[in-house]
Design a protein around this ligand. Structure first.
Ligand code: RB5
Length: 159
């Protein structure tokens, strides 16, 4: 799978570890940065380009990491078409895709270890959206809210 990944300094070491594991597993990885560890960097500078690439279909799924995963998830969800969530458990890594069509997995580099993070990433990438009627109905309501309010970052940025 073609997968994008991004982190600030809080997730940099975990990002580098996951890139190696993802490439070894055969995935094509696009690294949206940070390119090096800098305590002064800001997660939106890396997460927004990743989120735009996911929304545009340039990568199939995304992994966004900051210290807690909170900032990454808040930020990614400002881009229209992104369904990002902060995930800590195996069940949600799978069901978030199957039921909610999650397309960006967010994690905290300071809150999960490498082994748990790798399990979450593998589970996220292996899961498929169910396309069940009830899930499509719910996501339609989310999408219509996004369209009606212009809630996405891209729309607000130009107004
Ligand atoms: C950066 O120190 C930290 O605030 C950031 O990585 C993240 O945890 C924000 O949610």
């Amino acid at each position: 799978m073609r997968v994008g990944i991004a982190s600030d300094h809080g997730g940099f070491e975990l990002k580098q570890e996951l890139i190696g594991q993802l490439r070894a597993a055969g995935h094509e990885i696009i690294d949206f940065g940070a390119a090096s560890l800098s305590q002064e960097d800001d997660y939106p500078d890396f997460v927004i380009p990743l989120a735009r690439a996911v929304a545009a279909g340039q990568v199939e799924r995304g992994v966004a990491i900051c210290g807690s995963g909170v900032g990454a998830s808040v930020c990614a969800n400002k881009v229209s078409g992104v369904r990002a969530a902060l995930i800590h458990d195996h069940f949600s890594a799978r069901q978030g895709v199957e039921d909610d069509h999650m397309n960006i997995l967010c994690m905290g580099g300071r809150t999960v270890g490498v082994a748990v993070a790798w399990d979450l990433v593998q589970t996220f990438l292996a899961a498929q959206f169910s396309r069940a009627e009830r899930h499509l109905r719910r996501l339609g309501k989310v999408a219509s809210l996004e369209a009606a309010t212009g809630a996405g970052y891209e729309r607000n940025a130009s107004s």
